[in-house]
Design a protein around this ligand. Structure first.
Ligand code: AHM
Ligand code: MG
Length: 336
């Protein structure tokens, strides 16, 4: 009968967030409205990604983004949809997108109290071959409504109110934390609604998978190299770990969250700060990992305690199962 009840008593993401926010009745309306605009963006991208091959949306749009990469049409489109949805929610004041060099300050008439940092379509190298890609977002509260500055988004990740990602894969899954655990919702295409399918996600304490771009091994620092060596040739009698690497952060982190293990994008000699961006990649994923009982470490400190100086700052990141991240922390500690 439980299965039947599930089918008739649908826990949509909106209903779930309203329940969760019941503790703060004064804020529940605003946050729910903000989230519903993010969800709209995700549904749009999900639908565009599904049609990409047909609609000839794939391919280069002839523009270059902040990091100097050629933008794909889908990136441009997704960014426009998210920016417009967030602005029109009337609940945001500053937006930071991977696709925009500068922060977007919302017109005062439409301003609300939330700041959103997001990567509208991450993993762009995977678009043209139909491999999973995703949207990542982190949400902050503005400090002073009458005096909005860049400082409102350049906050440590510990100040984050909520974060999440949406993965456009074989199914479309939205994983969200509002600081009270982690929940996963799957888009039911026939309803157009995200339904709670993964309540209270906890990452296994220790995992059997490591996930890293080993093509960069030549330039790694000693602790990273030692760690990966241990994954392959454990000296304590345990079995070697499996390697899984999709090259889409959302997909690699999603698997890590559900199956356990560790995801690494370390520093290397060529990129001393790694590749991934603090505000809209490292922070939201670190927040989710901690909320699920895992850890996120930069090689020097707890990732959420970073204080970004610029919008598109990068940081090395090691995140995943509690025990696996402990190991890498120990290697960095014995190094210094
Ligand atoms: P993007 O923002 O240009 O898509 O790059 C970010 C992606 C992440 O999704 C992924 O974890 C990483 O880049 C993979 O990088 P690499 O190809 O160097 O392994
Ligand atoms: Mg990205």
């Amino acid at each position: 009968h439980a299965a039947e009840a599930q089918r008739t008593d649908l826990m949509t993401i909106t209903r779930h967030v309203l329940n969760e926010q019941g503790r703060h009745p004064e804020s529940r309306g605003d946050f729910t409205i903000l989230l519903s605009h993010i969800v709209l963006g995700c549904k749009f991208v999900a639908s565009a990604v599904n049609k990409a091959g047909l609609a000839k949306l794939v391919g280069l749009a002839g523009e270059t983004n902040v990091q100097g990469e050629e933008q794909k049409k889908l990136d441009v489109l997704s960014n426009e949809v998210f920016v417009k949805a967030l602005v029109s929610s009337g609940r945001t004041c500053v937006l930071v997108s991977e696709e925009n060099e500068e922060a977007i300050f919302v017109d005062p008439a439409l301003r609300g109290k939330y700041c959103v940092c997001f990567d509208p379509l991450d993993g762009s190298s995977n678009i043209d071959c139909g491999v999973s890609i995703g949207t990542i977002f982190g949400i902050y509260m503005i400090k002073d409504k009458d005096n909005v500055t860049l400082g409102d988004v350049l906050q440590p990740g510990t100040n984050m109110l909520a974060s999440g990602y949406c993965m456009y894969g074989s199914s479309c899954t939205l994983v969200l934390s509002t600081g009270n655990g982690v929940n996963g919702f799957t888009l039911d295409p026939s309803l157009g609604e995200f339904i709670l399918t993964h309540p209270n996600i906890k990452i296994p304490k220790k995992g059997k998978i490591y996930s890293v771009n080993e093509g960069n091994a030549k330039n790694w620092d000693a602790p990273t190299a030692k760690y990966v060596e241990k994954c392959k040739f454990p000296q304590d009698g345990s079995s070697p770990k499996s390697l899984r690497y999709i090259g889409s952060m959302v997909a690699d982190v999603h698997r890590t969250l559900l199956y356990g293990g560790i995801f690494l994008y370390p520093a290397d000699q060529k990129s001393p700060n790694g590749k991934l961006r603090v505000l809209y990649e490292v922070f939201p994923m670190s927040f989710l990992m901690e909320q699920a009982g895992g850890q996120a470490f930069t090689g020097k400190q707890r990732a959420l305690e970073l204080a970004p100086a610029k919008l598109h700052d990068r940081s090395p990141i090691f995140l995943g199962s509690y025990d696996d991240v402990e190991e890498i922390k120990a290697l960095y500690a014995s190094e210094s």
